[in-house]
Design a binder for this molecule. Sequence first.
Ligand SMILES: [Cu+2]
Length: 238
Amino acid sequence: MKATIILAGFAASTASAHTIFAQLTAGGTTYPVSHGIRTPSYDGPQTDVRSNNMACNGPPNPTKPSDKTIQVIAGTNVSAVWRHTLESGPNDVMDPGHKGPVMAYLKKVTDAKSDKGVGDGWFKIQEGGYTNGKWATNVVIDNKGNQVIQIPSCIANGQYLLRAEMVALHGARSTNGAQLYMECAQIEITGGTGTATPKTYSIPGIYKSNDPGLLLDIYSLKSNFQYIIPGPPLFKCP
Ligand SMILES: [Cu+2]
């Protein structure tokens, strides 16, 4: 009886409350929904970490291109703003039962508006996992959907894709049960010193379906549990 109730709860939350990186705040401006971001009209996850759609989302979620690029100053904080749907407000970010890590990546590109993002070139610039009993997704939900990301001061100027990602682990006890949500924003970074050359990684390729951070039962955590955030190490300016 108890199991039936729990399963019914999962079904309800997975059907109704996924999430989308819908808009970007940079330089004190919150740009309109879908401005400079390839947003989908449906908020479903990607679940196959080997798929090219891991880079900037895609089928079965229909994503739309944007002809905008957002100016970002190196060394400043931007916010990826997450919403349940493209019409949702700050109190409807994602079902709080969607618990997991939060990450952000950059890729330097020639043309941010057309680059598909698939393949090498990515480096991780922000991450949150499980700290003091709280998942990073819940930190974003409690922060009205704002994922705060510091753009490194030491990277080169130019066009980049900014890939923001939230992962929900409620179904992650089985392979490919983790739900990964990501969109790519098209940005132009200025003010960077260009003194660092980050080591880069391929998407797909950064995750494996059996990564300890993607294949685990979050409902039976030991008291000394240490979550291992998936993906490459965090890039930091020297
Ligand atoms: Cu969901």
